[in-house]
Design a protein around this ligand. Structure first.
Ligand code: ZN
Length: 145
């Protein structure tokens, strides 16, 4: 078994619309993310490198200094009020740590598919997103690409 592990840190704003506590107000976090990808034997490029560590890190770095929202957040989806390039739309009903982890998971799987399309290799992809010192969420699933 081979495994790649990449860490990244990114700063974002978000808010949990409809949440009864203080998290409904705009606030920021310094998130820490870890992506661990394992498979029996990774495919290799012409330099015997597997999946580019920098590209995996970039999936998380693309969120840096952005406002994480969902489609239903009309205020931040209004391009006349907030620059669209500063807003990232998360899946689901809120920009929760759960949905940030799924967002990263989906993009990492797509990244593998772009680099090594149609290989039919099954990868275990574990995405850990830490919202605060005490709160983290893990998506741990397999994907065949
Ligand atoms: Zn928060």
């Amino acid at each position: 078994m081979e495994k790649i592990i990449v860490h990244a840190k990114f700063h974002t704003g978000h808010r949990q619309l409809g949440y009864p506590g203080k998290c409904r107000f705009v606030h920021g976090h310094t998130w820490r993310g870890t992506v661990a990808i394992s498979t029996e034997v990774f495919p290799r490029d012409t330099l015997d490198m597997s999946i580019d560590f920098g590209h995996i890190k970039q999936v998380m770095r693309d969120l840096d200094h952005k406002m994480l929202v969902v489609e239903s957040d009309a205020t931040f989806m209004d391009a006349t009020r907030f620059e669209p390039e500063g807003v990232v739309v998360m899946p689901g009903r809120g920009p929760s740590v759960e949905n940030v982890a799924h967002y990263v998971f989906d993009r990492v799987v797509a990244l593998i598919g772009r680099q090594y399309p149609g290989c039919g290799i099954t990868y275990r992809v574990e995405v850990t997103i830490q919202e605060t010192e005490n709160n983290l969420f893990i998506v741990d699933k397999t994907a065949t690409v």
